[in-house]
Design a protein around this ligand. Structure first.
Ligand SMILES: Nc1ncnc2c1ncn2[C@@H]1O[C@H](COP(=O)(O)OP(=O)(O)OP(=O)(O)O)[C@@H](O)[C@H]1O
Ligand SMILES: [Mg+2]
Length: 280
């Protein structure tokens, strides 16, 4: 059997063929703001790491919310994903905060990322900047999963992420108009797949900020479960949970902040469900 035949469905052969390590790159995307992308990126990454997977979280949002979620002000950040995209001399290894948690490294973001759209406007390889730098994963940096947080737009930073990714995970806030934004995102995914990254797959949709007490949440859930046909809608939903809203200001994952709360339990179940899909 060749090495490529051993790669499970949806996996690109990033990584070292000699050790049999292959990295799956997951983009967390939805151009609608405040739907729980960062919350999902951070807590999924932490739970994958807790499950013994080697994880790299890449922050591609100029707001740098995932970075400040996990990295306190005491940590000096020298280089960020903005340097990674803008400077050919900067490698992935140069930007990493290694051992941010056990099994978890972070490639931090900064506000400088917002200049990328303009600074890269005349660069013919502008969509491929992140993909090119993640290729260094072949050369000694070994992860099971790379999870990438994206900004609330379908601009160059999200396109760079979709170009580099194997799969997209879509958080959908259980609110009216939830599906309208998703339609636009699916259209962008389709275009990236057709033009740039044919291997891109939809890992699934996750219902977020779910308030079980409201009729609206149940109605939107039914609408998304019926209307989203491009991949699975995970059966675990992420509830509205005050502990999830509090955790980022302490720079703690939900498992470090309050492992017994409903939010933590939901992320545990969701990670199991997602791992079931990824490693099927
Ligand atoms: N399940 C939840 N329960 C309560 N609060 C939550 C939950 N998920 C996220 N939040 C809070 O809601 C806000 C928006 O969440 P988050 O930052 O994850 O969304 P986002 O999609 O990444 O936003 P943006 O588009 O601005 O990047 C944050 O203050 C976050 O702490
Ligand atoms: Mg965010």
């Amino acid at each position: 059997m060749t090495t490529l035949e051993k790669v499970p469905r949806g996996r690109e052969p990033y990584g070292t063929a000699t050790t049999g390590t292959f990295t799956r790159i997951i983009a967390v995307a939805n151009q609608k703001g405040g739907v729980g992308k960062t919350d999902l990126t951070v807590n999924l990454s932490c739970q994958l790491a807790a499950a013994g997977k080697r994880v790299l979280l890449v922050d591609m949002d100029p707001q740098a919310n995932a970075t400040s979620y996990l990295v306190g002000p005491e940590t000096q950040i020298d280089k960020t994903t903005a340097d990674l995209l803008l400077d050919d001399e900067v490698s992935l290894a140069d930007v990493l905060i290694k051992g941010c948690r056990e099994n978890l490294d972070v490639a931090p973001a900064s506000g400088d990322l917002s200049a990328c759209q303009i600074r890269l406007a005349n660069d013919i390889n502008m969509q491929f900047k992140l993909k090119k730098k993640l290729k260094e994963l072949k050369e000694g940096l070994e992860y099971d999963y790379v999870v990438i947080d994206t900004p609330p737009s379908l601009g160059l930073l999200t396109v760079n992420t979709l170009t580099a990714a194997n799969q997209v995970l879509i958080p959908v806030q259980t609110q009216y108009f939830a599906m309208e934004g998703v339609v636009q995102l699916l259209d962008t995914i389709r275009k990236v797949k057709e033009d740039i990254n044919p291997g891109l797959e939809i890992l699934g949709a996750v219902l977020t900020l779910y308030d079980r007490r409201t009729l609206l949440a149940r109605e939107v859930e039914a609408k998304v479960r019926n209307g989203f046909t491009d991949g699975p809608v995970f059966s675990t939903v992420i509830p509205v949970n005050i502990r999830l809203a509090e955790a980022p200001s302490y720079h703690k994952s939900i498992f470090e902040y309050d492992a017994d709360c409903n939010g933590a339990k939901a992320y545990e179940k969701l990670t199991e469900e997602i791992l079931g899909c990824l490693e099927a």
